[in-house]
Design a protein around this ligand. Structure first.
Ligand SMILES: [Zn+2]
Length: 449
């Protein structure tokens, strides 16, 4: 891993290794130390934005805010929340006037907006340093050392044609970083034995990748009594790690899973430690606020995620509402780290399903139904998705496995779901697609309130 990181730092002009070392020193800082550090970074960012980012200079002037008015972390509440709509509208004015967009240190990125239209923005090398530095610090938390063998189950619906130079480059990077990359898109019963064989002979220390891919491999391992004794940790990305999935995978591989949280606009926001009580906020990089309906800070109950990337000076995100909902815990973690714990990242705030009696429920409601019906072994489907177009009606989509869901099971599931929906449809599909931002959403609602 280290050699590949050195190479990345060299080619892309980042300082990930140096930042990782810095973050290792602050890993067990006290709450006061972390807050002092955050305040220093915040004050620096705010005064930079006032001088160099047209949107913020105008905004601060309009509300009569001077950079010196930010004296403590709570003062950040004086700044209005930045919505996706503002980012779209003020796009050009959010780019710092002293940054060269064509520099190799500036990376153009995009993410899904609320209307499904991608939102473009920029990241400087510093924000990547802190996100990736924390990411690799997290490897230490999981007991992974530099250079340990890593297997990645990855895959995309869009297969990009790679040039021979690109192929050579990725082959080289995979070799020096000790990574086995397995393209797992649309895994079938046919290729599962060969994937299992590759994994067993590679003896990975860590396994990561798409949740659906890991689930299928876990299922194959379980059914064939296979094991990966070398494995120390598993981590899944892009999809919400629901407890039913976590339990199944942990049992199949006899190893713990470690969750992480980030979004396109701000990577590396929170990571799970060995205490498995929640995800530690990457406080050195991200100032996270959770707000209730009336805009007040809330703890120990779900609220809107408002983030400030303390490191992106190219296209600063200050008090940005990314649309997710999560719980910030007041409880301290057993591991001794004093950073906040984040719990239940439930994806989009708006994604609730309206039942026929008029009540609304979050996705966990359906997870519990599947669990109660005994579908936690993923025999007939790997993932589900509930899609709602009209209140009271919904479609339940199931991503099929090689085994067909028997008619008897279909009837049983439909009967249960019909208790909650007027018109309920069951759709068995080959593959459930991720949304435009690359995230898998198991609850999709077209209802706008
Ligand atoms: Zn912890």
């Amino acid at each position: 891993m280290n050699l590949a990181l050195h190479l990345q730092d060299l080619v892309r002009g980042t300082r990930i290794i140096k930042t990782k070392k810095e973050l290792e020193k602050s890993d067990f800082w006290t709450k006061e130390q972390l807050e002092t550090y955050q305040l220093q970074k915040l004050q620096k960012l705010i005064s930079f934005c006032y001088r160099h980012v047209p949107y913020y200079s105008r905004l601060f002037d309009s509300i009569g805010l001077k950079p010196d008015d930010i004296r403590n972390l709570e003062d950040i509440q004086k700044i209005p929340v930045l919505t996706k709509e503002i980012v779209r509208r003020e796009h050009a004015n959010l780019f710092a006037d002293n940054v060269d967009a064509s520099s190799r240190k500036i990376k153009k990125a995009k993410t899904g907006g609320t209307t499904g239209m991608p939102l473009a923005f920029y990241k400087d090398s510093q924000t990547r340093d802190y996100a990736w530095g924390a990411y690799y610090r997290w490897y230490n938390w999981m007991g992974i050392r530099d250079g340990d063998r890593e297997a990645v189950l990855w895959g995309s619906a869009i297969v990009l044609k790679e040039s021979w130079q690109q192929k050579l480059k990725s082959h080289f990077v995979n070799r020096i970083s000790n990574t086995l990359f397995i393209n797992s898109f649309r895994m079938s019963e046919k290729i599962l034995p060969s994937i299992a064989e590759q994994l067993i002979s590679f003896k990975p220390i860590i396994l990561r990748g798409y949740l659906s891919a890991i689930l299928q491999v876990a299922k194959y391992f379980k059914e064939h009594n296979l094991s990966l004794p070398s494995l120390k940790a598993i981590s899944s990305t892009t999809e919400t790690l629901l407890p039913i999935y976590r339990d199944y995978i942990e049992e199949a591989f006899n190893v713990k899973m470690f969750d992480q949280y980030g979004c396109g606009e701000c990577n590396g926001m929170a990571f799970e430690c060995t205490a498995h009580k929640g995800l530690h906020v990457n406080e050195e990089h991200c100032l996270l606020e959770i707000l209730d309906e009336s805009g007040n800070y809330c703890y120990d109950k779900p609220g809107r995620v408002i983030l400030t990337d303390l490191d992106n000076y190219a296209f600063p995100f200050i008090r940005y509402e990314n649309g997710d909902s999560a719980i910030l815990k007041t409880e301290a973690c057993d591991c001794g780290r004093s950073s906040h714990l984040l719990k239940s990242i439930s994806g989009r705030t708006a994604d609730v399903i309206y039942l026929k009696d008029g009540s609304s429920v979050h996705g966990v409601f359906f997870t519990d139904i599947f669990h109660e019906l005994g579908y936690s072994n993923f025999e007939y489907f790997t993932r589900f998705q509930i899609y709602q177009k009209r209140k009271g009606d919904f479609i339940c989509r199931l991503e099929k496995t090689s085994k067909d869901l028997p008619q008897k099971e279909k009837d049983k599931l439909k009967e249960v779901l019909q208790k909650y929906g007027e018109h309920v449809e069951l759709e068995i599909v080959e593959h459930l697609e991720n949304d435009k931002s690359g995230k898998f959403r198991y609850i999709i609602s077209d209802i706008k309130d």
